[in-house]
Design a protein around this ligand. Structure first.
Ligand SMILES: Cc1cc2nc3c(=O)[nH]c(=O)nc-3n(C[C@H](O)[C@H](O)[C@H](O)COP(=O)(O)O)c2cc1C
Length: 202
């Protein structure tokens, strides 16, 4: 049985549109072990020099406080490593990703653990995984230069070695009721067709 890491980052929890789409997609997938992490309900601290210093510290020289920081990050990395599939609910807030998601990125990007530096540059260590991203936005950005969110999330995942990434968009959610209804219906159709090959393969 496959393992899915289900990450929500909406400040509205399971009611967020991105969270609902992510959940609807998982419901369409074959039975799997689902590990859910609500990054807004259980927010991680911002990365600061102290926390980053803990990541760099040698195990034998760590203070108890540094060890706690490393343990927290290690637990997040373990969830990610164990997952075959990552399903991410991605709201757009003020043109970017939720700060809670950025804090998670900052806690799973670990040199020597999730990526390594080589002579040819950084290489991601989390290969062989698939990611599905459910992006919810009030406005319309997909395919335009203002959609910095897609490139950023794709680049970040690729940095860790996760290159098989599919995005589903629900856009124009704040434009009108009609736009919202049509966009959510289209996103539901997209997620069902994305899940179909997974069901056939199972
Ligand atoms: C604090 C805040 C900031 C937002 N900023 C943007 C934005 O920059 N661009 C946009 O298109 N929509 C913006 N929206 C609308 C959200 O993208 C939209 O409500 C979407 O459904 C959020 O996903 P969620 O429902 O999963 O939380 C914002 C909403 C909130 C609450």
């Amino acid at each position: 049985m496959k393992t899915i890491l289900h990450l929500n980052s909406s400040i509205f929890g399971a009611s967020g549109q991105s969270s609902r789409l992510a959940k609807a997609f998982i419901d369409e997938l074959p039975a799997a072990k689902v590990v859910t992490r609500d990054l807004a309900a259980q927010p991680l601290p911002h990365l600061d020099a102290e926390r980053f210093g803990a990541f760099l510290s040698k195990p034998e020289g760590r203070t108890p406080a540094q060890q706690l920081v490393v343990n927290e990050s290690d637990a997040l990395v373990a969830e990610l490593k164990q997952a075959d599939t990552i399903v991410l609910g991605l709201p757009m807030y003020n043109f970017g990703v939720p700060s809670q998601l950025k804090a998670w990125f900052d806690h799973v990007a670990r040199a020597g653990v999730t990526f390594k530096y080589t002579e040819k540059g950084a290489v991601g260590l989390l290969t062989g995984k698939k990611a599905y991203v459910f992006a919810a936005r009030g406005g319309l950005y997909q395919g335009t230069a203002r959609d910095t969110q897609t490139a950023y999330v794709r680049d970040f995942l690729a940095f860790l070695g996760i290159t098989d990434v599919q995005f589903v968009y629900a856009e124009g959610l704040a434009i009108s009721e009609a736009s919202k209804t049509a966009s959510l219906a289209a996103a539901q159709r997209s997620l069902r067709s994305l899940a179909q090959p997974e069901r056939i393969a199972a």
